[in-house]
Design a protein around this ligand. Structure first.
Ligand code: SF4
Ligand code: SF4
Length: 397
């Protein structure tokens, strides 16, 4: 039965001979198949084609396009190239390399009528690149590094703490390397809350970077290990400073067959709960601060009000809002491993965001160790937990 959608073809052919009609109809109905790869793909080809055919409606908000000024890295541009790669029409190293020009910020999803995130669609494309053994060298190196060290960055200190407790503080790779101040702030907050929290002795990365880069098998190894260790800790709640760890535990683990049987909270959810219940009381922090919403926290987890509630609850703190805030935030440049594979592009995105924020206040506050690290290279940047800990010691710097 011909669908009504194609009825106009029948009308247009009504004067042709029967054999022409049959040939034309067959060709028309089967034509779509020629635009699909012959093999099974990890990429969602229906979505890739829809996005490739879109007039790039979301491109004005893509930070990578803005930084590179190259249509090939626009959201739809990447999907057009992905389509060529998946159908075997374009397999050059340059084309494959473009599949990594994305900071997984999800800005495209905010505007997309299909609710697509090109960052998410690229995961399947990258998985197919892994299967075809055409992964760029710098991307393979990231996987090798993770498999050898179990962390994205070099650990600069060993966390000291209990191995069991009701609360497990999952520190995340960035806190374990460059975010000791955040770990100390969380320690002060847990102590003020009377919480005997646990940390992992040899904490592995949650595996999110592997999943993002299409290394699904390796991701499962990490997810299995981390889920097992969380189970062994006997905790009831996992608290994460990193929004990506929180998103991975809350959403990606269940979606990929590794559900955790515990509550997962981002640090700002935990802190705002402690403040609401009157378990901790902040002191003064007399500064003007501008809040930067981390993409993953605001868009993947929808957590925009908890950090603001915490900051507004600190006496003396004057909270300023940037023009692009909440789900309309702008990437700090360090999303999706872009800063490791394309540091120049990432740095330009970081610069732009820092300038936008500094128009509102010299002191930037965020709720992600990676955003803090990116934006803090040349200025004063804190995590929400640090501000709370400083205020509890009435420690205005
Ligand atoms: S993500 Fe959505 S809006 Fe953006 S180019 Fe693709 S289909 Fe169009
Ligand atoms: S996720 Fe962000 S960087 Fe990637 S295509 Fe979408 S808007 Fe651009």
């Amino acid at each position: 039965m011909m669908s009504r959608k194609y009825a106009w073809v029948k009308d247009a052919l009504s004067h042709a001979s029967l054999s022409t009609k049959v040939r034309a109809m067959k060709h028309f109905m089967m034509g779509k198949k020629e635009y699909l790869p012959k093999r099974k793909t990890a990429a969602d080809m229906d979505a890739v084609i829809k996005c490739a055919l879109c007039p790039n409606m979301c491109k004005f908000d893509c930070p990578v396009l803005e930084a590179e000024k190259n249509e090939a890295v626009s959201p739809s541009g990447k999907m057009r190239i992905a389509h060529f790669i998946e159908t075997g029409r374009l397999e050059t190293r340059d084309a494959v390399e473009l599949m990594y020009h994305c900071c997984t910020c999800d800005a495209c999803r905010e505007w997309c009528p299909f609710d697509f995130s090109v960052g998410d669609l690229l995961k399947g494309v990258r998985r197919d690149i892994v299967i075809s053994h055409t992964v760029p060298e710098e991307v393979s190196r990231l996987r090798d590094h993770l498999e050898q060290t179990h962390t994205m960055d070099e650990r600069t200190y060993a966390p000291d703490g209990r191995k069991n407790g009701d609360i497990l503080y999952f520190m995340g790779c960035t806190v374990l390397s460059e975010g000791r101040a955040i770990a100390e702030a969380m320690d002060a907050i847990f102590r003020a809350a009377g919480e005997e929290y646990a940390v992992m002795e040899d904490e592995w990365c949650c595996g999110a970077p592997l999943h993002n880069l299409g290394f699904f098998d390796e991701f499962h190894t990490f997810a299995r290990h981390v889920a097992e260790k969380i189970g062994e800790s006997g905790c009831r709640t996992v608290v994460c400073s990193c929004p990506t760890c929180a998103h991975t535990f809350k959403n990606l683990y269940p979606e990929t067959g590794h559900p955790l049987q515990v509550e997962v909270l981002h640090a700002t959810e935990y802190i705002s709960r402690m403040l609401d219940e009157g378990i901790i009381t902040p002191g003064k922090f007399e500064r003007e601060c501008v809040y930067h919403d981390p993409c993953t926290l605001a868009r993947k987890l929808g957590i925009t009000e908890e950090p603001r509630a915490v900051l507004k609850g600190i006496p003396g703190l004057q909270l300023r809002e940037p023009h692009f805030s909440r789900n309309h935030t702008r990437c700090c440049g360090r999303g999706g491993q872009l800063w490791r594979t394309n540091p120049r592009v990432a740095e330009s995105i970081t610069e732009k965001r820092r300038e936008e924020l500094e128009e509102h206040a010299a002191c930037i506050v965020t709720a992600c160790p990676t955003c803090r690290e990116a934006l803090g290279a040349h200025g004063e940047v804190y995590d929400v937990s640090e501000i709370v800990a400083l205020s509890m010691g009435d420690g205005n710097e």
